[in-house]
Write a protein that binds this ligand. Structure first.
Ligand SMILES: [Fe+2]
Length: 449
């Protein structure tokens, strides 16, 4: 038995394999591109070491593409045929992969949580739990896992800045802005390349309407992100969000063209269809169009990516964005097919994803199509009763806000001052401050006076 960077036992005698596994885990929770490469090294060093196979399977599944599931099942099989893991922690990872591949995300997370309970420094499990819970809207659960580990953390534990950034985001999505910003800033002070800490602070800033502050924060840090994975696109998306809310649409479009959908960038070349990129792109274009910005032919490539995900029900939040992108391109038949496939999925899936698609994704997707067809009463009829369920599609408050913007836009077009008053109250209650200073809501607020 060897021990990993935190002193936790792993079932191999090969120290090189353990060092490669440490690098892979670090790569994952530091949002770098080298996680899979280092897992490959660990497997080469000791092919019968089960944990790198399991981790590889988990990372493949985390990309939310059913096309990759055969490869992930292959890693599961390889792990089962490898040396029997001797620790409960490794066995929990194996069970988590099995659960994830069966669509049982809450079961997978429960295994990650059990790992963190007994191994509170294991940031691989903690970050996996955060990610999976975030994408099904379970933000209190996500926060609780990182908070309960806090007593075990100090600056001398490997990965402390990454822990702070995970903690920061858990706090932020639960409205605990002050401590969230403190943790996020501390993470970036320790490690200026820490993308997740920078991200948590940007969330505090957008919720509080600190637009200039947010632009200065991200602009000041952008030089540190050269080793980052696709998270860098989401950070640029946050910058564009600040710009769009300020009414600086040209700047936001410039970020879109040169940073979000730069097809020549190595990240895009390596993976042009990453699900968060589809969300980022769709959300920014839709927000700008709601403000009357001409976005030209930018929808078509995004709609092509959305079409490829019509039968993909691994990521509720992404599916709702695919409906938006297809409808925005005028590809209504494909948008309706996406909705029809969601109905089929909801009818057959008895796990945690089916319920979320039913409660949140279906009404959001139907509203997306209706809004694009200028059927604003239909948007109200479908989305207003479902608005308090939208959290179940996952994503952040700042991201899901787009669907509330659609609802507000339809209420404005129908002259429904009563609905606007109710919605704006609720949007403020979610934590959005300074609505009159946001291009998204300033007109709606004016209509209520
Ligand atoms: Fe974000």
């Amino acid at each position: 038995m060897q021990k990993d960077q935190w002193g936790y036992a792993v079932t191999t005698k090969n120290s090189q394999a353990v060092e490669a596994l440490d690098r892979a885990f670090n790569g994952y929770f530091h949002f770098r591109t080298d996680a899979i490469k280092n897992l490959d090294t660990a497997i080469t060093e000791d092919p019968r070491f089960a944990l790198p196979h399991i981790a590889r399977g988990i990372l493949l599944e985390s990309l939310k593409k059913p096309e990759l599931h055969p490869m992930a099942f292959g890693e599961l099989e390889a792990a089962k045929n490898a040396r029997m893991p001797a620790s409960a922690r490794e066995i929990h990872y194996l069970s988590a992969l099995e659960a994830a591949l069966a669509g049982q995300v809450t079961a997978a997370v429960t295994h990650y949580q059990q790992i963190v309970n007994d191994h509170p420094h294991d940031l691989f499990a903690m970050r996996l739990a955060q990610s999976e819970l975030f994408w099904i809207g379970e933000v209190a659960w996500m926060r609780d896992i990182s908070e309960r580990a806090a007593a075990h953390w100090s600056a001398d534990v490997p990965g402390y800045s990454a822990y702070l950034s995970i903690r920061a985001f858990g706090l932020e999505e639960n409205g605990d802005s002050g401590p969230a910003e403190k943790c996020g800033r501390e993470a970036v002070e320790i490690d200026p390349t820490d993308c997740w800490g920078a991200h948590a602070v940007a969330h505090v800033q957008i919720m509080q309407g600190r637009l200039d502050d947010g632009i200065a924060w991200l602009t000041g840090l952008k030089g540190n992100w050269s080793a980052a994975n696709h998270i860098v696109h989401h950070l640029w998306w946050h910058l564009a969000l600040f710009q769009a809310e300020r009414g600086d649409y040209a700047a936001a479009l410039d970020v879109y063209d040169n940073r979000l959908r730069d097809l020549d960038s190595p990240l895009m070349q390596a993976m042009p269809d990453f699900y968060v990129d589809i969300q980022n792109d769709t959300a920014l274009l839709q927000r700008l169009e709601l403000r009357g910005v001409e976005i030209g032919d930018r929808w078509a490539p995004v709609a092509n990516l959305a079409k490829a995900r019509i039968g993909n029900h691994c990521s509720p939040f992404t599916s709702a964005h695919c409906a938006l992108a297809l409808a925005a391109s005028g590809r209504f038949d494909e948008a309706r097919e996406l909705i029809s496939r969601i109905r089929d999925f909801v009818a057959e899936d008895k796990g945690p994803l089916g319920a979320r698609y039913a409660m949140a994704v279906l009404p959001a997707s139907e509203a997306a199509v209706a809004h694009r067809m200028n059927e604003h009463q239909q948007v109200i009829d479908v989305l207003l009763p479902a608005r308090r369920n939208l959290w179940q599609m996952g994503g952040s408050h700042a991201q899901r806000d787009l669907f509330l913007q659609l609802l507000v836009d339809s209420a404005m077009k129908l002259g429904r001052r009563d609905i606007l008053i109710m919605l704006l109250d609720e949007i403020q209650a979610l934590g959005f401050d300074h609505l009159t200073e946001r291009s998204s809501y300033a007109d709606a607020v004016a209509m209520t006076h």
